[in-house]
Design a protein around this ligand. Structure first.
Ligand SMILES: [Zn+2]
Length: 502
């Protein structure tokens, strides 16, 4: 069984004084979480341990019991009589923040050292630990009870004591078959909501290899993500190659214009205030604004991609790997903008993958090399050009393509999207055409054939290893050959092949 996690959001109705209690409860939670962040900072080694071990160690350091009468950093110095489950929720929140902070810090150190060994200037500011805490309070088992479709009892800190209060719930009901997680109290504007994560179990969809090799009618939704106006171009095609639908998701220019404006303001503010104090995040509000805009758009675009896939009955989503960020030259706002657009592609992928999974759609990625230069119909190199200009050469970012070999003419991003889909199909029909996923297998190929791993060469030539092994140079392999090569786990490759590895 597989599972999908979603959050059910429900509005709460409560007595007016309860709102003040929720605020007090959250303030206490954040004080305790901030306290634990300090404890972790003083015992950084804790982060190398598992969550469970770190929790135990942190309680040992802070929690007074008969067996542990004098902990090193007592929690009681902050607040008395914190319920165990409230404490544990705060510890987990602190651990999460600390893990994220120290990971960022260590990658920052790595980048700094790298720059210094190369003798390059390094101006990037180090990440800062959270200065304010504003986390929502999760209610672990024991902090809530008697949940029905219309009400729940919550144990909250009123500012003076711990108290059970009953609140009414309205909104979407919890699905009957779902596994219910710890609800959280969230404030949206002036209104308090209850967010409950739920896990929905469902039967696992068949693996991509199985879908692709056993059913030629399997529909694949391929997505080309761009930095231009068309943020995403999606196509639906079947394994046998019928193209069924295309969708353009625009809005790139608007978000880029918005970002550019904000980044311009940030740059101007920086010029005004002069040198930025070491470690200080300037223009926090502007940054937050850009970030929340980007995030909202990534959610919107990913939701539309998944919706399009669902509408057409696609069971597989495929993107290309992002590759590396190639920073643009130019003004601060331009460089910053392209960097953020790149990050957004990553977020769209992440959100789409997660949303698709809830619809039993599997997500995959393929090698991005030359997806925009290849003809989706005959795989020759195409000419890419702007409308109204001669159809020759290759102009990156231009919107039209023409294939000199088969005369295919069309939108460049749509063509790229089709190529992305075909590359996934090819992976299972002829696994040597793409850079293999498992490095182990790639090594095998090199060792076995002595053929260079040059990607262009591999695409053009037939895999000599399969010819050697199976006699006939049968392009797609028989069903059995297919099965042989479909296995993801290198360990499951049948014995005769091991020869090449040993
Ligand atoms: Zn062509």
């Amino acid at each position: 069984m597989a599972k999908a996690t979603t959050t059910i959001r429900q509005v709460l109705t409560y007595q007016p004084q309860h709102a003040a209690w929720f605020v007090a409860n959250q303030a206490l939670f954040n004080r305790v979480a901030a306290f634990y962040f300090e404890v972790i900072a003083a015992h950084e080694k804790l982060l190398d341990r598992s969550a469970q071990e770190a929790l135990t160690a942190l309680e040992q350091l802070t929690h007074t019991t008969r067996k542990n009468p004098a902990p090193i950093m007592p929690l009681s110095a902050i607040a008395e009589a914190i319920p165990a489950m409230f404490r544990r929720a705060a510890i987990h929140a602190a651990l999460g923040s600390a893990r994220s902070f120290y990971t960022h810090l260590s990658t920052w150190h790595t980048r700094k050292e790298k720059a210094q060994t190369r003798g390059k200037p390094f101006k990037e500011r180090p990440p800062v630990p959270p200065r304010t805490w504003n986390k929502s309070v999760p209610f672990y088992v024991g902090q809530w009870k008697e949940r029905t479709a219309s009400s729940i009892l919550l144990k909250v800190w009123t500012g003076t004591c711990w108290s059970w209060i009953k609140v009414r719930i309205t909104g979407r009901e919890l699905p009957a078959e779902a596994l219910i997680g710890s609800p959280s109290l969230m404030k949206h504007g002036k209104q308090w909501w209850l967010h409950t994560p739920i896990e929905k179990p469902f039967s696992s969809p068949a693996k991509i290899e199985q879908q692709v090799t056993t059913n030629t009618a399997t529909k694949i939704c391929a997505i080309d993500l761009n930095l231009g106006e068309q943020i995403a171009v999606c196509t639906i095609q079947t394994v046998e190659g019928t193209i069924l639908a295309t969708k353009f998701i625009g809005g790139g220019r608007r978000i880029s214009g918005f970002r550019k404006q904000q980044l311009g303001w940030i740059a101007r503010n920086r010029r005004k205030t002069g040198i930025i104090a070491q470690g200080e995040q300037d223009n926090a509000d502007l940054w937050r604004k850009i970030s929340s805009h980007d995030d909202a758009l990534a959610h919107l675009v990913s939701a539309r991609i998944v919706q399009f896939a669902v509408e057409h009955g696609a069971t597989i989503l495929v993107f290309e790997h992002l590759g590396n960020l190639k920073p643009e030259k130019g003004k601060y706002s331009r460089r910053g903008n392209s960097k953020r657009a790149f990050w957004m592609k990553g977020r769209i992928f992440k959100y789409a993958k997660y949303k698709a999974w809830g619809e039993r759609i599997i997500t995959s990625r393929v090698n991005p090399r030359n997806t925009s230069r290849e003809c989706a119909r005959c795989h020759s190199l195409i000419a890419r050009y702007h409308a109204g200009q001669p159809a020759t050469g290759y102009t990156p970012g231009a919107s039209l393509v023409l294939c000199p070999d088969c005369q295919m003419q069309g939108h460049a991003d749509r063509n790229a999207s089709l190529v992305i889909g075909q590359r996934l199909i090819a992976r299972y029909q002829n696994p040597f055409q793409e850079k293999p996923q498992a490095p182990l297998r790639a090594e095998r190929v090199v060792k076995a054939t002595g053929v260079s791993r040059s990607q262009v060469a591999r695409r053009k030539e037939k895999p000599s290893i399969s010819q050697a092994r199976h006699g006939a140079g049968n392009e797609h392999g028989t069903a059995q050959d297919g099965l042989l090569w479909m296995e993801e786990r290198p360990s499951s490759i049948p014995h005769p092949l091991r020869l090449f590895n040993e």
